[in-house]
Design a protein around this ligand. Structure first.
Ligand SMILES: *Cc1c(COP(=O)(O)O)cnc(C)c1O
Length: 527
């Protein structure tokens, strides 16, 4: 390998003149574009490599002194990084919400990086800002179904915000609760609002001793992070137990009333439209009523499940979402957009003004700079990826994807139920389900599985999940859940069937592999 020299000539080439067509980077690029699936399967090693071994390739905590030729570095990346990456495109990688992407994102990503726009302000993103606002409008309409006049008025208005694009559901949830917090503690005599005067002054002037958020035990951990960041404290996030996997509105109301009686205030109720662990949907219609009774903000975390709204057949599962004050959506989950695309939407286009921020050199009063109401500052134009996807697939394309995923999950549930070695633990409401290995004789009619057996089953399911992952043919994830039948948490496999390339054959192969690993395991015969 020849050594590059730190010269102005080298730097100039790096900024302006790509190495020729036969350079390593150009070759890699060509292979990627020709057939992404082949490229990935040719480079990604599927068997599990110990993390410690990979860490050895990344153990040099010193900036390299000498420059390197691009070709050489491209090969280095291929060897150390790409070859040890996780194959999220594999049809048998069904353990997480991350899956294969439509191929066009690869070229669009190049365009996006090439243009290098900064969405924080119009001056660095002239066309991208209107595009992002249009995308937010499209998603707002999908959720809240406003009329033409509404979108004409607010889509590009400097004083309205239909929502905010961000890197994902975590920031979207934070943004929603930020707005809820500021609107819950508005200015009163001698107090300029929490945004200006802070939480301590807010509690004195509003005469409250707690500011609570109510959600379910299935809520995403990003809610707790938001409580921490907003200065409210994680213990003010009341996560109600839900043996049926969804919130009980009556219980939420009681909890809220109890908080009020104790001298506190409920800042928000968070309903979940597709929980991360089981895919269940809270009763949004009824929660909206409870929120209005408690006079608080109603947020719906539809990061994962929101895309269901594309499907005419399944959208009614999310009925009531249109009554939310704010909604979180992740485009990088069931909208098949690359990582780093989330958004929060506000029913009231003026709600976001509660966090509007101005600065002298940008974000001036009356400007349309998107940075005025976002948590993030500099930000790329990921909205373009969603924009392109919405056009290339169309609502009907997304509808097909959603309908297929749900049908596949229901089919998988049938396969599990028909198999003597497995027990379906939670039914698929959307395309997510949980199940576990559990020999048929333990599930005979009228029989209750003892704690001792459940502990053994936990251990077995844990070990088999790990073995399957290490073997590298397929991947399901694992979590611990309590259900109506199992008040004490049990260990389960968790499967998300979002990859359109996953077939029934793949699903059968996953079960066959698990069953084979389990029945060969010494624990199996002791059950
Ligand atoms: C994935 C998810 C989040 C977090 O989103 P990120 O994009 O990972 O930040 C929040 N809530 C729910 C329900 C999710 O599924």
């Amino acid at each position: 390998m020849s050594q590059a020299k730190a010269s102005l000539a080298h730097l100039y080439r790096v900024f302006t003149k790509p190495e020729g067509k036969d350079s390593r980077l150009a070759q890699i690029e060509a292979q990627l574009s020709d057939n992404l699936a082949d490229f990935l399967s040719g480079h990604i090693v599927t068997e599990e490599i110990p993390l410690e071994q990979i860490e050895q390739d990344f153990s040099q905590a010193q900036v390299p002194e000498q420059p390197q030729f691009v070709s050489d570095h491209a090969q280095h990346l291929l060897d150390t990084l790409v070859s040890k990456s996780v194959n999220t495109y594999s049809p048998r990688f069904v353990g997480h919400m991350t899956s294969a992407l439509p191929y066009f994102h690869l070229s669009l990503a190049k365009l996006l990086v090439g243009l290098n726009q900064n969405l924080v302000k119009i001056e660095t993103s002239k066309a991208f800002t209107p595009l992002e606002r249009q995308v937010l409008g499209m998603m707002h309409r999908l959720v809240f179904a406003g009329n033409d006049g509404f979108y004409q008025q607010h889509l590009h208005s400097a004083t309205s915000s239909l929502g905010t694009f961000c890197s994902g559901g975590t920031l979207a949830n934070l943004n929603a609760l930020w707005v809820a917090r500021n609107n819950a503690l508005p200015p009163v005599a001698g107090f300029r609002g929490i945004s200006e005067d802070g939480l301590i002054a807010a509690m004195q002037h509003h005469n409250i001793n707690q500011l609570a958020v109510i959600s379910s035990a299935r809520g995403h951990y990003s809610l707790a992070k938001a409580m921490d960041l907003l200065g409210l404290g994680k213990s003010q996030l009341h996560k109600l137990n839900c043996p049926q996997q969804t919130l009980d509105p009556q219980q939420v109301l009681q909890k809220g009333q109890q908080i009020l009686q104790q001298g506190g205030r409920v800042m928000a109720i968070v309903g979940i439209a597709g929980t991360t662990e089981t895919g269940h949907i809270d009763p949004l219609d009824e929660l909206a009523e409870v929120a209005s009774e408690l006079n608080c903000h109603f947020h719906v975390d539809a990061a994962w499940g929101g895309a269901t709204l594309f499907s005419e057949r399944h959208a009614p599962l999310l009925s009531g979402i249109e009554k939310a004050d704010s909604v979180t959506l992740d485009a990088h989950k069931q909208m098949y957009v690359p990582m780093g695309a989330g958004m929060v939407l506000f029913k009231d286009p003026l709600a976001g003004n509660a966090v509007r921020h101005h600065a002298q050199y940008i974000l001036r009063q009356g400007s349309k700079d998107l940075g005025a109401t976002s948590v993030e500052g500099s930000r790329n134009g990921m909205a373009m990826m969603l924009y392109a996807s919405l056009h290339i697939l169309g609502r009907q394309g997304y509808e097909l994807l959603i309908d297929e995923s749900l049908a596949k999950a229901r089919k998988f549930a049938q396969l599990i139920k028909a198999h003597k070695d497995f027990e379906l633990v939670t039914e698929p409401v959307l395309c997510l389900l949980t199940y576990r290995l559990c020999p048929g004789h333990l599930r005979e009619k009228g029989r209750v599985i003892s704690d001792k057996h459940n502990h053994q089953l936990d251990e077995l399911n844990r070990l088999i999940q790990k073995q399957q992952r290490e073997a590298g043919h397929s991947f399901v994830s694992r979590t611990r859940l309590s259900t109506e039948s199992y008040p004490e948490p049990i260990t389960v496999f968790r499967v998300v069937l979002a990859n359109p390339l996953t077939t029934e054959q793949d699903l059968q192969a996953i079960l066959a592999e698990q069953s084979e690993l389990a029945t060969k395991h010494p624990l199996w015969d002791r059950l």
